[in-house]
Design a protein around this ligand. Structure first.
Ligand SMILES: [Zn+2]
Length: 175
């Protein structure tokens, strides 16, 4: 099921997500809904808080740009090592139509549980490294515009206000 993606700024997008205690059927349903939602929006990553769920769950699929990669669901992801520097022009499904250069680590090591609840460790490079850092940020209430200048952020905030009011008009037409 495709879920609604929250638009920044939104109070839920500023909160810390809670660790998943047990990888059960409800988490697997969340993961499958998140994949569906991400693909429908043509994104490469999505974090549970973006669909209003404060659980530490992210999904990623960078295969269009990294054919050697594969779709990934990470539960309780923790970045355990960071190396190098990489500046990447990032966007976010919660901040539609915007992109800005963000400085990140070039390579990250991430530990997580897969959908079977099995612990995995993965070294991520390139777009996947960027996406893991971007999505784990979401679990800590941070979005990419928190990494840019406040001047640019405020301009984007104004544009998102317009996006939100246009959406509301579409969802609830006035009588
Ligand atoms: Zn995002």
């Amino acid at each position: 099921m495709v879920r609604e993606i929250l638009i920044w700024p939104h109070p839920i997008l500023k909160q810390q997500a809670k660790p998943v205690a047990r990888v059960d059927a409800s988490i697997r349903t969340l993961v499958s809904d998140m994949f569906e939602t991400m693909y429908a929006a043509e994104g490469v990553g999505l974090a549970a808080p973006q669909v209003g769920v404060l659980h530490r769950v992210i999904v990623l699929d960078t295969t269009p740009r990294q054919p050697e990669s594969r779709p990934l669901a990470m539960i309780n992801p923790v970045i355990t090592a960071m190396e190098g520097e990489l500046t990447y022009n990032e966007g976010c499904l919660s901040i539609p139509g915007e992109s800005e250069d963000v400085d990140r680590a070039a390579v990250v090591t991430v530990k997580f549980l897969d959908v079977d609840g099995v612990e995995q460790t993965m070294v991520c490079e390139g777009l996947l490294s960027i996406a893991v850092q971007h999505e784990t940020d979401h679990l800590n209430g941070t979005v990419f515009v928190d990494h840019i200048s406040s001047l640019k952020r405020e301009v984007i905030r104004k544009r998102m206000k317009r996006v939100k009011s246009e959406r509301e008009e579409r969802v609830s037409p006035r009588a």
